[in-house]
Write a protein that binds this ligand. Structure first.
Ligand code: DUC
Ligand code: ZN
Ligand code: ZN
Length: 465
């Protein structure tokens, strides 16, 4: 069995910061020992990685991606191959992507389709959630089967009428079912029925630019839907996880419910922490690059989101990586913002942007690892296999250089999309070496991985309950 020692670095997990050497045997972490001790010095190894002056952190867990997702009349433009390679570049070693139940079809059919897309193509490990686009007697029953098979979370939408939308009765039934089989319902919380009215009225007034996407998807309509799904989950006696929270009013609903002691959880994404409606208002249709749902909000919301991350009212930062090229995809909505495919690229930059947040003083180093690695792993039944550095855990390890300087750009990123949402942004920090189950996928700043190394990971139940 091959042995690797990572020595001299500062091991940072959600709970600790220690100067320790890490012994990797096969694909797992075998031991940690304080740096400079006889124990660490006695380890023989085939490979030694010098992490002096670097952080040794768990590989990132991005619990919200959409590779090759058919949406808005087109397909998100990262495949599992290109998207997981970009993830590896940025120090993310596990993604959880969303398989989709076809309308009128079964959850199993959706899952099989997503397995076909991913199988043999991924650079890093992956799991699946299931989007339920047709909640009925049969699909409700299938939730039990999927939960037992390691797909333990189900996304429903109060948005996108006619596409993914579920009504309150369907949502309640799915939550009740999850309450009995241990699954976790994830909610896209925006009042899609009301939004569609506002879209129609805005277009009729001649408001057709990308910025109107943000205006019609009102913060109050996110807050209203967030309140509703929280109360439905309370009635069902089941937990709920609200995805991509962007409005401070929606966060306030989560905070209130958590103060009441309810098992409600929330995720936000880097785009809501670093970007704003100012980007949506960029001229010459450039704002389309930032069209996603929930939408970007005015800058003032960012402070509330950072505070929510510090106070644990938000537990997870995922990307909602759903890239569409500016040319040939986003431009489907020239002259009509409602036809712009919703989604933004980001899987490569989450770890770096959140490290920048450490540098900027928004979160501590350990909280960085918590929201980007440990909490998503615990939330989605992957812990402690993923999300930490401990004996027995998968050796998904990043040697992170906290001093490295980089400038984010479409010219240098590895996602298969023709723009960067963070073009020109300076970042302090960079993943230098990335191991996936002990195998190098990025080494000294070069990709050395392989499509097909990444394995499907069946997940356990939410570990927050
Ligand atoms: N929001 C997006 O912006 N894209 C994909 C799906 C979603 O809910
Ligand atoms: Zn969504
Ligand atoms: Zn999404």
């Amino acid at each position: 069995m091959s042995r690797t020692v990572i020595h001299g670095g500062l091991v940072v997990t959600a709970s600790d910061e220690v100067h320790a050497d890490v012994l990797v045997e096969g694909g797992r972490i075998a031991a940690l020992a304080a740096h400079g001790t006889d124990a660490a010095a006695s380890w023989n190894a085939d490979r030694r990685i010098d992490a002096t002056g670097k952080y040794v952190i768990p590989g990132g867990v991005d619990a919200h991606t959409h590779m090759e997702m058919p949406f808005g009349g087109t397909m998100s433009c990262d495949t599992f191959e290109t998207g997981t390679r970009a993830a590896a570049w940025g120090g993310t070693t596990t993604i959880v992507d969303f398989a989709i139940q076809p309308k009128g079809g079964s959850l199993r059919e959706g899952l099989d389709t997503w397995h076909e897309k991913a199988d043999g193509r991924c650079s890093v490990d992956y799991g699946f959630h299931m989007i339920m686009s047709d909640v009925n007697e049969s699909s409700l029953k299938q939730m039990d089967e999927l939960t037992a098979a390691g797909v333990t979370s189900f996304k429903l939408f109060t948005a996108y009428p006619g596409v993914f939308y579920s009504d309150d009765g369907q949502i309640l039934r799915a939550m009740q079912r999850a309450g009995t089989n241990g699954g976790l319902v994830m909610m896209h919380a925006e009042n899609g029925i009301a939004i569609d009215v506002l879209v129609e009225q805005a277009l009729a007034r001649g408001e057709r630019d990308p910025r109107h996407h943000g205006e019609v998807r009102r913060a109050l309509l996110e807050a209203e839907a967030t309140h509703r799904v929280i109360r439905l989950s309370q009635v069902a006696g089941a937990p709920v996880y609200v995805v991509h929270v962007s409005a401070q009013e929606a966060l306030a609903e989560l905070t209130r419910a958590r103060d009441e002691g309810l098992p409600v959880f929330g995720e936000t994404c880097p785009q809501y922490l670093f970007l704003s409606t100012d980007n949506l208002a960029e001229p010459d249709f450039e704002g389309a690059k930032y069209v996603c749902s929930t939408p970007l909000r005015p800058k003032e919301h960012q402070a509330a989101l950072w505070r929510g991350l510090r106070t644990d009212d938000l537990q997870v930062v995922s990307t909602d990586h759903c890239p569409f090229c500016f040319k040939g995809q986003k431009d489907m909505g020239v002259g009509d913002f409602s036809k712009i495919p919703n989604g933004m690229p980001g899987v490569e930059h989450r770890m770096d942007l959140l490290h920048q947040a450490v540098v900027d003083g928004h979160v501590s180093r350990r909280r960085w690892i918590d929201i980007a690695c440990a909490a998503p792993a615990r939330m989605f039944g992957l812990y402690p296999r993923k999300g930490t550095i401990a004996p027995g855990s998968d050796a998904d390890i990043v040697v992170y250089d906290p001093q490295a300087q980089q400038v984010l750009s479409a010219g240098t990123h590895h996602m298969n999309v023709d723009y960067s949402a963070y073009e020109g942004k300076r970042i302090t920090g960079r993943a230098e070496t990335v191991l996936s189950r002990g195998v190098p996928v990025v080494e000294s700043g070069a990709y050395v991985g392989r499509a097909g190394h990444g394995a499907y990971v069946p997940r356990g139940l939410c570990q927050y309950l």
